[in-house]
Design a protein around this ligand. Sequence first.
Ligand SMILES: [Zn+2]
Ligand SMILES: [Zn+2]
Length: 250
Amino acid sequence: MEIAPGIHTIPSRMSRMYLVEDESLTLIDAGLPWDVRTVFRYVESIGRRPEDIDAILLTHNHPDHTSGARSISKRANADVIAHEDDTRLHHTKGRYLGYMGMFNATDLPLPFLRRTTVSQVASDGDVLPIAGGIQVIHTPGHTPGSACYLLKERGVIFTGDTAFSNGKSVSRSIPFPGYDHEAYCRSLEKLAEMDFDVMCGGHGRPLLGNASEKLRQLLSARPEPPTWADLLLRRLPGRISRGQSLSEED
Ligand SMILES: [Zn+2]
Ligand SMILES: [Zn+2]
């Protein structure tokens, strides 16, 4: 679905991917191995070819956002771009995705374990020559190498699991292994200083207006991100009964 001119969302079964349409196509996150066909089918449905995908920008290296990258990059001959802190450098195999030393790390023919080569490292402040310029914002916390990508001229930001929306308001992720609370709080403050109208999170629904203002409202109303204890003791039973996501706060 096209949510803003040239910005498409492709829901995966576990996360949400985005496609930025320009002369070439840029995929933001790559879903699970079985989402690859969904991506190619979507690309064809808008009259483009899988080979038009030039780059896959990864917001972080959790497998629900990255496990499709290997197959998509092979078929499309696309660059895989991620922040250095969610990658590993092997002395002979080059740089590849790595989360907690487990995922995307070997050549075993298993869905989450296959080594995904990173062709380009993104650093904070870089402006990638994509769709008129996309700025890399390093937002560590959810993972060490979490990054958001800002299309400044269009006022659109891709936030991965650093910030979500239900389409109306902004919410934050709950801690996962590798989470850094202090860094996460600082990263949200950094995002709140920026201006963007549309926020495209890695789960939930995109927020299509006044997104940075809504993030600022959240941080002033509830400065502390949710904790595991909070989720387990107070919110989990209700969420399960309502069929809500377990990855974000209420
Ligand atoms: Zn994540
Ligand atoms: Zn996620």
